[in-house]
Write a protein that binds this ligand. Structure first.
Ligand SMILES: [Zn+2]
Length: 88
């Protein structure tokens, strides 16, 4: 068993190993961008960029879980630009 084999892709939500299926998705997030993008795994450009966080997801179910987690995080983010100090 090669535990150091980095070529094995695992789902970042449930830990499923990637097999020969084409239903995998990748969630992309960036430090400087308060959003999340879901793409089919085969649509993601290689090499991957340093300033983007890539999370491998084994399918729709885990994509939904990831989106829910992201939406939960969103409540905790303090967006200075959305605070409207202007009175009417
Ligand atoms: Zn999964």
């Amino acid at each position: 068993m090669q535990v150091s084999d980095v070529s094995i892709v695992q789902c970042d939500v449930c830990g499923n190993p990637k097999k020969e299926t084409n239903h995998w998705l990748i969630a992309l997030t960036r430090m400087d961008y308060e959003g999340i993008i879901f793409l089919p795994a085969e649509a993601v450009e290689e090499p991957r960029r340093d300033n983007v966080v890539y999370e491998d997801l084994c399918g729709q179910e885990c994509a939904h879980k990831r989106l829910s987690a992201w939406l939960d995080d969103l409540k905790n983010i303090d967006f200075p630009s959305t605070k409207k100090s202007e009175a009417e």
